[in-house]
Design a protein around this ligand. Structure first.
Ligand code: HQG
Length: 179
């Protein structure tokens, strides 16, 4: 399976497991799972046939481990805009986490902190390199350090997704290190 097809299938599956399952008649369970067979059937019925081998490859080879398979079911590990409760564990974050964004968002982020926008949580990375890649999706990346230790001490809850993304409800401006 070539890289172009892998990315295309990954984007298609992301779109329907995170954002628009109804577009292809899929129903996610409350924790975000669907039967793999139902996903493949729905995709085929909507003119995007994916073989089981291709799906397995995308799950296994995915750079960010975006998808989790358990038994006969699959879900996205994070990043949903549809309401799901992933039941993720609360975890003790490292002292600092990082958020990649772009310069045009900074005034607003300075004023109101980081907000989840369309997603369920603010997404934070464990290292600057990952945060740089996240920010670069939108333009020239700007990386902010988040004082996660202080947030945690102040009672903020952190969840850890199955693929190593740190999630929290919001980051008030006082916990951001803006340079
Ligand atoms: C910004 C990808 C103005 C925020 C990535 C970001 C990640 C504000 C955008 C995952 C703001 C939201 C999530 C505020 C936050 N004012 N702008 N107060 N607070 N923002 O896509 O973190 O490839 O929802 O900086 O790798 O960019 O999809 O969040 O620029 O892990 O698997 O509002 O998505 O993963 O954008 O990315 P997003 P994100 P996947």
């Amino acid at each position: 399976m070539d890289e172009k097809r892998t990315v295309k299938v990954s984007k298609y599956v992301s779109k329907h497991l995170r954002h628009q399952p109804e577009r292809i008649g899929l129903v996610l369970d409350p924790q975000g799972w669907v039967e793999i067979d139902d996903l493949l059937r729905a995709a085929a019925a909507h003119r995007f046939p994916i073989s089981r081998a291709e799906l397995d490859h995308v799950v296994a080879a995915n750079d960010k481990q975006r998808f989790a398979v358990e038994g006969t079911r699959i879900r996205a590990s994070q990043g949903h805009t549809v309401p799901v409760d992933l039941g993720l564990p609360e975890a003790e974050p490292p002292a600092y986490l990082y958020h990649g964004t772009v310069a045009t968002a900074l005034d607003s982020i300075r004023a109101e902190g980081l907000r989840p926008m369309a997603r369920h949580h603010v997404h934070l990375s464990p290292d600057r390199e990952t945060a740089t890649r996240v920010g670069a999706r939108r333009g020239r990346p700007v990386v902010l350090a988040v004082d996660a230790g202080a947030m945690r001490a102040a009672g903020h809850v952190f969840l850890l997704s199955a693929n190593g993304v740190w999630l929290t409800d919001a980051v008030p401006p006082e916990f951001l290190r803006l340079r």
